[in-house]
Design a protein around this ligand. Structure first.
Ligand code: SAH
Length: 245
């Protein structure tokens, strides 16, 4: 597969210019030259094959002409949202990268009672870059959405009504994951939202409230998992239910 680059702009004109971090990657890291071809994707399901017409090494930009277009929607058939407590340090960017690879549609950093890490705006911007890099590497054409951090009560009020809600909970039931893929292909079924707690877990009150609003408690094996292990296990169990098209 040829090199892939992210275009944060409309790819409909036949010629365009690439600048910013992607031009840096193209010109400084990969040292690509006029005449070479690359794929670019806009994160919304469109991809183009384009040829470098000219480069500006100092201003760091490259001009392209489009050779071929394709609408390439290779997202998983289950539109999965995961709301998770935020692990410390680099573990959150690891989690973000893995959820991109596994086809999660939307990730909500969740601030519940026992949360200790609140990702600031700077960190979220860095994570958006991580999403782009992971998408380039894994061939994904739509970007995973990283939502603004949500409080527990905002999540309950805004997200619960639109989703079938599942809480990852060590005391939950063991779940028949294959039912999810089947349920999801039925018309009118709300897409799944999985909640993963912070390192301190959800409180009894949070669990009771979630159950009151219709959430199901599901168990992921017999050991206590880290936030990122639980999130990645869910993404794999849900995302890989549906056969590849
Ligand atoms: N001390 C907490 C564990 C927190 S682990 C407790 O005992 O509840 C962080 C989060 O990962 C949990 O809130 C839960 O959502 C998820 N998790 C960890 N292990 C799990 C398991 N075996 N089954 C389901 N969810 C789990």
């Amino acid at each position: 597969m040829s090199r892939r680059f992210f275009a944060a702009f409309d790819l409909s004109p036949d010629q365009f210019e690439l600048s910013g971090p992607e031009a840096h990657h193209l010109l400084r890291v990969l040292r690509m030259k006029t005449g070479e071809q690359v794929w670019l994707f806009d994160g919304q399901g469109h991809e183009v094959l384009a040829e470098i017409l000219g480069t500006e090494e100092h201003g760091l930009s490259a001009q392209f002409k489009i050779l071929e277009r394709r609408t390439a929607d290779n997202d998983s058939a289950v539109s999965l949202t995961i709301a998770t407590g935020v692990p410390k340090g680099d573990r959150f960017s690891w989690l973000v990268e893995k959820l991109v690879e596994l086809g999660v549609q939307r990730l909500i950093p969740l601030i519940s009672k026992h949360s200790i890490v609140d990702p600031g705006a700077g960190k979220l911007d860095k994570l958006r870059r991580t999403i782009i890099e992971a998408s380039k590497q894994c061939g994904r054409t739509r970007l995973m959405e990283l939502a603004e951090p949500q409080s527990w009560s905002a999540c309950v009020a805004q997200e619960f009504p639109n989703h079938s809600v599942y809480i990852a909970h060590p005391g939950g039931e063991s779940f028949e994951w294959s039912t999810l893929g089947r349920e999801n292909s039925q018309p009118g079924v709300r897409p799944p939202l999985f909640l993963v707690g912070p390192e301190g877990g959800f409180t009894e009150t949070e669990i009771a409230q979630a159950v009151h609003f219709g959430a199901r408690l599901v168990r992921l094996g017999t050991h206590i998992l880290r936030i990122e292990t639980a999130a990645v296990a869910i993404a794999a169990l849900v995302g890989l239910q549906v056969k590849d098209q």
